[in-house]
Design a binder for this molecule. Sequence first.
Ligand SMILES: [Zn+2]
Length: 391
Amino acid sequence: MPTTPSVQGAASPRPVAGELTASWLSRLAAVYRLPARDLLRAITGPLPGRPLAAIPAPGREVYLGPKARQRLALFAGIRQEDLGRRLPAAAHAHPLGTDRGPLWTDWYVPHRPWHTACGPCSRRHTRHPRLARPTPVLVYVTGARHICQRHRRWLLATWDTPSFIDLTHFPEILNAHRRHMRLLRERPDANDALAYACAVVWSWQSAAWPEEHLWPRRTAALARLLGLDNPLEVAAHPLIPYPETIAVAEFLATPAWRHQVPHASPRARTRASTQAAGTVHAELAHRTGRPWLPQRLAEAARACGRRRGLPDPLQHWLDGCIRARAAPSTATNRALLWTLPSMAQAPEHYDDRTGLLHHGPRPSSTRAHALGLTGGWHVPTERSLRLTTPP
Ligand SMILES: [Zn+2]
């Protein structure tokens, strides 16, 4: 068992910013040709607590007690603070609160989504003289890193090999991603707006309006690209409504629009409120390339005004704009603006979204799982939506 970070003259693999601790540990163990558990055992001594599986199950994260973390950093020749900076989960307490001492280690299911890093971009991290094949780097979903513009890839959540959707034939996705990055750079509340936009667009998707042709076309193209016979298997993937989600987020994050909509509530039932709502609907139709959208949005707003069915997220936001104008503080203003009824959110799980998009027997998502479509980016993880109970 080696006792220094040098492996036959080659350095230990360095952690990549945002990487899962389990991903880095697995890469480190691979160069010593050991299961991750055995490397830990060699560094920390006998592992206390329940028996640890030799290698993490797909998608598992590893918890390292402070002493185990310290010894691992020393072994790999990395400063502890660098480890904490690069591995988001490294310095966290055990998520289940089952910490049993400074050497306690454990596999657990991370609460945050992750995806593989772009293969060509992370090659220097994944290749090692002692490895027959590159080992993938798994990173937590953060910002807009789920797409590599250089290699035109939407990065997926597979455990053992880097996988991606080739975006060469989806220029609108690459364009939306550039706007996504700009939004994050330029708008302080971009993540709030993006999380809210996901809910707005989900309400449109689940309405399944007959005029909608872009999403079925994109869904069929993606299924063809991935070799899936049934387009419904990919219908719930966030790539499908991504350009529209970014377009709506840009609208929501524009302060000028918030000031233009103070009268856009159907509950006001005045000519001014109808006109203001019509202006908002027309703007969204223009931004998303759907000339038929205003009529559908007006119908949804009227139904919302009569309190029929599920809450309409867009109308809820317009009402929030009105309330936020009278808010006594910035914090209250923000809470009013970005508070969303919990029933209006898109279901977190891929299978649940698939079930709601298809009014028939739920299609199998076995292949979608195997391809890594069911994880990865779906909503901003830094979102700060305050969930409320439905009215
Ligand atoms: Zn790349």
